[in-house]
Design a protein around this ligand. Structure first.
Ligand SMILES: Cc1cc2nc3c(=O)[nH]c(=O)nc-3n(C[C@H](O)[C@H](O)[C@H](O)COP(=O)(O)O)c2cc1C
Length: 274
């Protein structure tokens, strides 16, 4: 199999609005892998190869972490009955029960509270929103390193934000102590079908130079809507634009599919968010 050229990878990622890259621009196998990312939602039933989970978690633990606090953890779920419950609570997402390994990534302040208790030291800092944010950021950085690692091994994955739809049930099922909350799930396994590389917003929308510019983004987003229509058509799917799809997702509290109740549920898990 020939590796696609940088230009092929950029075309797939941006369509007609790919950034110009100089012929001698730095490029390497890491960029090949990162630009080739596509979520996978169809998995073979095979277990992960021996050592793949541990290698993925080593990559996750190699991510930067705020003040080296490491305020995240992950629960690997492989029991079919538990995956079935989680699939149900995530809105019936079949890939959650079909994947061999489902990882639930956690913001974890419980470990530090216990360290403080053992040290006879106060831990009031943990009751502030900032520390929950630190846990969420740490978990996200760690998980994305794991995703890149799994993809480098030929495995596929898809994040599952639906794990927050019924946070309370997930927390009880996984026996999470107070101050530990799911951030997202991640299905991992051998792809049954490769995912298609999905175009992203042109860089003109996200890369600002010296100062931020919102007005300049309208035309860029119109162009992206056209790119996404073309993408979905090429995949044999309904040719919807990005803008209407995205604004529907934020139209009202109901569109958050249970996550509009997140504050109350996080408070019940012991996060005071002062
Ligand atoms: C935090 C997060 C939560 C997500 N939740 C879901 C989900 O619940 N179900 C799903 O099928 N995909 C989910 N995704 C995958 C996104 O839909 C996907 O990454 C996006 O459409 C871009 O496609 P790509 O990853 O193939 O490039 C999630 C992605 C992220 C980063």
């Amino acid at each position: 199999m020939t590796t696609p050229s940088p230009l092929d990878l950029l075309d797939a990622r941006y369509g007609a609005d790919a950034p110009a890259i100089a012929a001698d621009a730095p490029w390497n196998a890491v960029l090949d892998s990162l630009l080739g990312h596509a979520s996978v939602r169809a998995f073979l039933p095979d277990a992960l190869p021996a050592g793949a989970l541990e290698a993925g978690i080593a990559a996750a633990q190699s991510a930067a972490t705020s003040s080296n606090l490491q305020v995240w953890s992950v629960v690997a779920v492989e029991a079919p009955e538990t995956k079935a419950k989680l699939a149900d609570w995530t809105g019936g997402q079949k890939h959650v029960s079909d994947c061999p390994t489902f990882l639930v990534w956690l913001a974890d302040l419980a470990r530090l509270r216990r360290c403080a208790e053992r040290a006879g030291s106060p831990s009031e800092g943990l009751d502030h929103l900032e520390m929950l944010l630190v846990g969420v950021i740490d978990a996200a950085l760690a998980a994305q390193n794991a995703v890149a690692a799994f993809e480098s091994m030929g495995l596929g994955s898809v994040y599952i934000g639906g794990i927050r739809n019924q946070l309370d049930k997930v927390a009880a099922e996984l026996k999470l102590p107070p101050l530990v909350t799911p951030v997202f799930g991640l299905c991992v396994g051998t792809p049954a079908r490769a995912g298609a590389v999905k175009p992203r917003l042109p860089q003109a929308a996200v890369l600002h130079r010296e100062h931020y510019d919102l007005d300049a983004q309208d035309a860029v987003i119109d162009a992206y809507d056209a790119t996404m229509q073309g993408f979905y058509t090429s995949q044999g799917m309904k040719a919807h634009k990005w803008t209407p799809h995205s604004v529907k997702r934020i139209a009202d509290a109901a569109a958050l599919t249970g996550r509009d109740l997140l504050r109350q549920k996080l408070e019940a898990l012991g996060f005071l968010m002062r």
